[in-house]
Write a protein that binds this ligand. Structure first.
Ligand code: PAN
Ligand code: ZN
Length: 185
């Protein structure tokens, strides 16, 4: 059902929203096939830490609505590759806006041919045009958190990324994050 006008607060420490809709938790074991280094991923299953959480407001995913969510990616690496979200293409051609809230991150975009990288820090606005798959990466050593706002009828297609990759992978390097050509695990 549609929702009334509302104020949505969020908790600086947890990234939780109030009022809140569903909160999604993704642990290492939920991320099979994400990282290039499968042996490092298997070793990380031992502690099976939370990699990221996505809190949502109660705004429904319906045409005309603008749902919001706050993603928190915890710091860490797997085989030198930074913690990241699964990444997806919107099922319908819909844009999206990200606003950096805390920590250091990046927005990796891929249209099937060209990879793009947008650095995200607190206050950064990242724009995702329609037809661009997107993945977020924590390139710092504290939690990276951002607000996302997207049309309610966007839909989330994870299969597209599984099939096409994301153009690049983001590794820790001595001079900062290193973007390397994408390889399938
Ligand atoms: C974001 C993402 C969120 C988690 O809200 O859904 O950061 O990433 P994955 O969905 O790729 O696991 C967004 O882009 N919504 O459209
Ligand atoms: Zn999206």
């Amino acid at each position: 059902p549609p929702v009334p006008p509302m104020h949505v607060g969020f908790d600086d420490r947890s990234g939780g929203m109030s009022p809140s809709g569903p909160v999604l938790v993704r642990r290492m074991s939920d991320l099979r096939g994400l990282y290039a280094d499968q042996a490092a991923w298997t070793a990380a299953l031992e502690s099976d830490d939370v990699v990221y959480e996505v809190a949502s407001s109660p705004v429904p995913e319906l045409e005309g609505e603008l749902p919001q969510s706050i993603t928190t990616i915890l710091p860490g690496r797997v085989g030198g590759e930074f913690h990241m979200t699964k990444g997806h293409m919107h099922t319908r051609p819909r844009g999206e806006i990200y606003l950096g809230l805390s920590g250091l991150g990046g927005l990796l975009l891929f249209d099937g041919e060209r990879p793009q990288w947008i650095e995200m820090r607190p206050g950064s606005i990242g724009y995702i045009p329609p037809h661009w798959a997107h993945r977020s990466v924590n390139v710092g050593d504290e939690p990276y958190r951002f607000l996302a706002v997207y049309p309610g009828d966007s839909g989330h297609d994870y299969g597209w990324v599984a099939e096409h990759g994301m153009g690049h992978r983001v590794f820790h390097g001595s001079g900062g994050p290193e973007l390397r050509p994408f390889t399938f695990p």
